[in-house]
Design a protein around this ligand. Structure first.
Ligand code: AMP
Length: 530
């Protein structure tokens, strides 16, 4: 699979087919290809020898996929940043990217030395004829080969980085996972057959729930484009309003669903969510967090014709490396559900604390080796060396990644057993609790911060933070101020962290409870959080 070639074939043979839709815009394959060519040429001219990764800032505007393809066609990786990311974090990510230009289909107003190409600039580069507009499809001679303005350029290829996705980092700074063109192409060779053969997905509508700054979106965006399908984007505003969400789903004609289980659970709360609303839906693809049996049973009840597929994997190994279609027997029987069989090209090993291989059935750390493992974290050799390794096998170098996930293998299936560190999943979002803690400690006067996940029904439902102030600021005066502090701290924290990372409750303690060895007593705090 070569995703660029695949998209070009679609643009050549069916230029008028819609590749991308949001609430107000439509983009055909023809427009996607030509617009990204023009933008690639402009990028090449502006950046010259600088081939550093380019930020693409926005939400689900039709220019987003145009910008992604323009970067890779011009030989540069792209890094999507969603508009919901707070300015301080956006600035930190922009600092890591050494391109002189940032592409911004969304409104970007942060401190940066980069030249920002906003929506107007992008429109003028791309040209009137290629501007995505409501309901308009470009008229192109069917089957006429597309002219490639960017034909002199060397697109991203092989081991070149294709995209960079930033995930929560335990030091309080996000880390950028580099995914190569090979990783993506290998992943797509497998993902097009998930839940049923590729031919059944040809031309289907794929739902996009996750913002492009999360790797789950790679599963819908590129699998869709590889199948000549239409990506139906559910924007943030649509997802936040039940009526708009159900209306959008109804109008979508979706055949393939890609989301976290949490999002499907949210939809299941609406009684109209079922086969009548989505009569063409045949495949549910889940990834990113535990898929509860109860959710599978409810989905199978409402969508008797659809396959429910659980997949597992971290951003560091290109979205997902295992898959299993959950049968009725699995859903009603054995718990927990397996996360699946391992994709060809990937090997999974289970290690003990010393890095020794554990036998089948024994739980240890899940280690992923193979052709979709990332080349590491952008500009962070220290973190890369801690989590990634290269193994030489029969003259071949194989990359490996220590996930920090616990699990075991049984009869060729992988079972997930939770995290071994302080990383959690809340409503499908990956969060390092230490990331929140370190940002809380940056707030004026805060010396200690511990974040505790609150669980119900075996699932994390919210976060509670406990903080204590600098000793120098406490005393009578300090303690008097504490009662109203939580709300103020939440507001302050919003400057630094996206809303899904803000603890629901922040409790200011006169003093942090400590264990015998002087560490914050997470167990005691866990009891207080309940
Ligand atoms: P992300 O990098 O955001 O995709 O998050 C990756 C992490 O999500 C993994 O390391 C797991 O801890 C968790 N995860 C991914 N898929 C599953 C799954 N199917 N079941 C349970 N946890 C999962």
């Amino acid at each position: 699979m070569n995703i660029l070639k695949q998209i070009k074939d679609c643009a050549d043979t069916m230029p008028e087919r819609v590749a991308f839709r949001n609430r107000s815009q439509t983009l055909t394959y023809g427009e996607l290809w030509t617009a990204s060519d023009r933008l690639a040429a402009a990028l090449e001219e502006a950046c010259g020898d600088n081939r550093q990764p380019v930020a693409v800032y926005g939400h689900k505007e039709a220019y987003m996929p145009v910008c992604f393809l323009a970067c890779v066609k011009s030989g540069r990786a792209y890094c999507p940043i969603d508009c919901s990311v707070p300015d301080v974090r956006t600035e930190a990510i922009l600092e890591c990217l050494d391109s002189p230009v940032a592409l911004a289909p969304g409104k970007l107003a942060v401190k940066t030395e980069k030249e920002i190409w906003g929506a107007d600039r992008l429109a003028s580069i791309i040209g009137e004829g290629q501007r995505p507009e409501s309901g308009r499809a470009e008229r192109n001679g069917k089957g006429a080969p597309r002219k490639t303005a960017a034909s002199g350029m060397q697109p991203v290829n092989g081991e070149d980085t294709f995209y960079i996705i930033f995930t929560s980092g335990s030091t309080g700074t996000p880390k950028g996972v580099k995914i190569t063109a090979d990783c993506l192409n290998h992943f797509l060779e497998w993902s097009v057959d998930l839940g049923g053969p590729e031919k059944e997905k040809q031309g289907a509508v794929f739902l996009n729930q996750a913002p492009f700054s999360f790797d789950l979106s790679v599963m819908d965006l590129y699998t869709c484009l590889a199948c000549g399908g239409t990506l139906w984007c559910l924007e943030k505003e649509v997802q936040e309003d039940y009526q708009s969400l159900m209306d959008s789903l109804k109008n979508s004609g979706a055949g393939v669903w890609v989301s976290t289980p949490s999002f499907a659970e949210l939809c299941l709360a609406d009684p109209s969510f079922g086969e009548r609303l989505l009569p063409r839906l045949r495949t549910f693809l889940f990834c990113g967090e535990t898929l509860p049996c109860a959710t599978v049973c409810r989905l199978k009840n409402r969508f008797p014709q659809a396959a429910v597929v659980n997949t597992y994997g971290p951003t560091e190994s290109t979205v997902a490396v295992t898959e299993v279609e959950i049968t009725d027997e699995m859903a009603n029987g054995e718990k927990p559900l397996p996360v699946g069989k391992i994709r060809p090209g990937t090997r999974i090993e289970i290690w003990d604390e010393k890095g020794e291989l554990l036998p089948e059935g024994e739980q240890g750390e899940i280690v992923i080796l193979g052709d979709t493992v990332s080349t590491g974290y952008l500009g962070r050799e220290d973190l890369t060396a801690r989590a990634f390794f290269v193994r030489k096998e029969q003259e071949r170098q194989i990359r490996g990644y220590r996930t920090g996930d616990a699990g075991y293998l049984k009869d060729g299936m992988l079972y997930y057993g939770g995290r071994m560190d302080l990383q959690v999943k809340l409503h499908g979002y990956r969060i390092e609790l230490e990331d929140i803690e370190s940002n809380l400690r940056k707030l004026p006067g805060i010396s200690h911060a511990v974040v505790i996940p609150r669980e119900r029904g075996g699932k994390i439902r919210s976060l509670t933070a406990f903080v204590s102030r600098d000793q120098s600021l406490t005393g009578d005066e300090g303690e008097e101020q504490q009662s109203g502090d939580g709300a103020m701290l939440r507001r302050q924290l919003m400057e630094f962290l996206p809303s899904y990372m803000i603890p629901k409750k922040i409790v200011v303690l006169p003093r942090m409870p400590l264990t015998n060895n002087g560490k914050a007593d997470r167990k005691a705090l866990g009891g207080m959080a309940r």
